[in-house]
Unconditional design. Sequence first.
Length: 290
Amino acid sequence: MAASFFLLVSSIFGWVYTICWSLSFYPQPILNFRRRSTTGTTVDFPAINVVGFLAYFISNTAFLYSPQIRNQYAERHHGLTPTVQINDLAFAAHALLTCLITISQFVPGLWGFDRKGRTGPGARLSTGIKGIIVGSFLGVGIVAIIVAARHDPDPKTGWAVIDMIYAVSYVKLIITLVKYMPQVLTNYHNKSTHGWSIYQILLDFVGGILSIWQLGIDSYLQGDWSGVTGNPVKLALGNISVFFDIIFIIQHYCVYRGNRGTAFSEDEERPLLNGEANGEASGERSNGNS
């Protein structure tokens, strides 16, 4: 009875986190579209996300549907099956699609956004992000060569195809570790979160918490915590996302709270502060009386 209850809770948590994380990809492109601008946000984030979620989609597909990978996983984890769920695959596929849409907003002329958004800070891929993307492909390629050259008939102790899938999944892990930093630094340099949607962060935060809980429940139901260590990407994805979400929440609601509505680009209408508005009004009255 208890097992059925926890199984239901795991399923609910899984699909709720999938919905929250999936919805979190919409506020930013919608905000960009409404502002007709990508100023205040960086191309690094959606670009590296494309690579990360492509890797996540490939690894989840392998763990869910490849008999060879599932058998090798069982041999290494006491006969258990991977804790990857169908909602994990659905999330990865949706995330990849929405990230492609978001990065397309940085393509000159495609959406008709303002020119500053295509030439300002964050409009071009940073050298560091380029290096991570290239390094990710090289890393997977090296592991694939090693697996092909030293393939061992016993996947429990030697190199096996599952190691190549783990290498692909680690690409997502590495990218999750670094992908938020360019935007954190952009907010810091701008002293504002203007142009960066907080709603995506709030949804991401809820999704991260529920993702961790689902992984824990699934491992509890299996009676073996190797379900957590056997799915390090999902564990790290939830924890790292929550960590950076807290940073963004602090930036938005605490550190730069008074600056959220004052940041502007050269192509946007500059908002008037109360003091400026009052000063202009006083000046007009003064000119009228002179």
